[in-house]
Design a protein around this ligand. Structure first.
Ligand code: PRT
Ligand code: ZN
Length: 287
């Protein structure tokens, strides 16, 4: 086997597949033949990609069959394997929650005492119950957990939720959140030196892509007499770029804005006299 390659395990199909492949592509890593393959290699980065069921990824990374992997924190923690989180990736966000029939009385976790809980996450649910000193019966089922109360298999469920519409459609309501989850990059605990170096290169790119997504490039026209006020509103990487326009008395101001205060700042810029504001996505941000 070629030791100079970094081997990454990603989901073969499902909710994390598209975002995982897209992230690698945004990192400038060419991946061809990704459809219905067990593995593929990149031509322009020493990366080998294994396509697996998400449940198997923590084990593969713990065993070192893959050096790194992309998996949901929910799966990583449920499997309880030795794979360290190196980066949160910002997609696949969901929570593991306890949900009960809408008609059931609920006065806090003690209401779960003696109940039958259907879940695909027995380890995490058991931990939650233990921490809360509640005894309940866990029924492990692998899919369609939300129908369990309706068919009499369980009293309540603990399942992943994102919009909440699946619970709603099944007459359930969320009462406890056990875990907040998103996709993470994990690594084997004893990577070789070359693999560590390749991982550093990959991480550098992932961070540049993530940072770019959180920021926008903004261009606007400003009358020169208002420049001082406008510039004071802009954070920018160092300071904004100011260029004269063909029309005397006007300038073009360029800056980078982060999404947290984006709309507030745009409104303030308008109020301060900026015109023709253009907002452009940024592809990569290397600091
Ligand atoms: O075949 P494989 O085993 O690889 O895939 P899988 O079927 O086990 O997993 P998949 O593809 O469904 O999900 C992969 C990962 O996506 C999960 O482990 C989570 O980390 C993440 N994720 C994010 C979700 C959700 N959001 C999500 N909403 N996984 C599942 N759901 C399900 C949930 O179980 C419920 O049935 O979607 C339904 C609820 O969605 P809402 O929007 O109605 O609340
Ligand atoms: Zn799975």
């Amino acid at each position: 086997m070629d030791q100079t390659k970094l081997r990454i395990a990603i989901q073969k199909s499902g909710r994390l597949y598209e975002d995982s492949v897209q992230l690698l592509r945004e990192c400038g890593i060419d991946l061809r033949n990704v459809k219905d393959r067990l593995k593929t290699e990149s031509d322009n980065f020493p990366l080998e990609v294994f396509f697996l069921r998400d449940d198997d990824i923590p084990q593969y990374v713990e065993d070192g069959v893959a050096d790194i992997g992309i998996v949901g924190e929910n799966v990583l923690l449920e499997k309880n394997k030795q794979a360290a989180v190196v980066e949160k990736l910002g997609f696949g966000k969901c929570r593991l929650s306890v949900a009960i029939p809408r008609s059931m009385e609920y006065e806090g976790v003690t209401s779960l005492q003696g109940k039958r809980i259907a879940t695909s996450y027995p380890f995490l649910v058991n931990k939650f119950l233990t921490e809360n000193l509640v005894q309940a019966e866990i029924h492990e089922i692998s899919g369609s957990v939300e129908i369990a109360p309706g068919i009499g298999l369980a009293d309540v469920v603990a399942d992943l939720v994102s919009s909440g519409s699946t619970l709603f459609m099944n007459g359930l309501k969320e009462v406890e959140s056990i875990l907040q989850s998103q996709a993470v990059l994990v690594k084997n605990s004893s990577l070789g030196k070359q693999q560590e170096q390749l991982l550093e290169r990959l991480l550098f790119r992932i961070r540049a892509v993530k940072k770019a997504k959180r920021n926008k490039y903004v261009l606007m026209n400003a009358p020169n007499e208002k420049l001082k006020d406008i510039i004071s509103l802009l954070p920018g990487m160092r300071s904004p770029t100011v260029l004269p326009l063909a029309e005397p008395g006007w300038s073009s101001v360029h800056s980078v804005l982060s999404e947290d205060r984006f709309w507030d700042i745009i409104e303030e810029l308008k109020a301060a006299g900026a015109e023709g504001i253009l907002v452009v996505p940024i592809e990569k941000m290397v600091m």
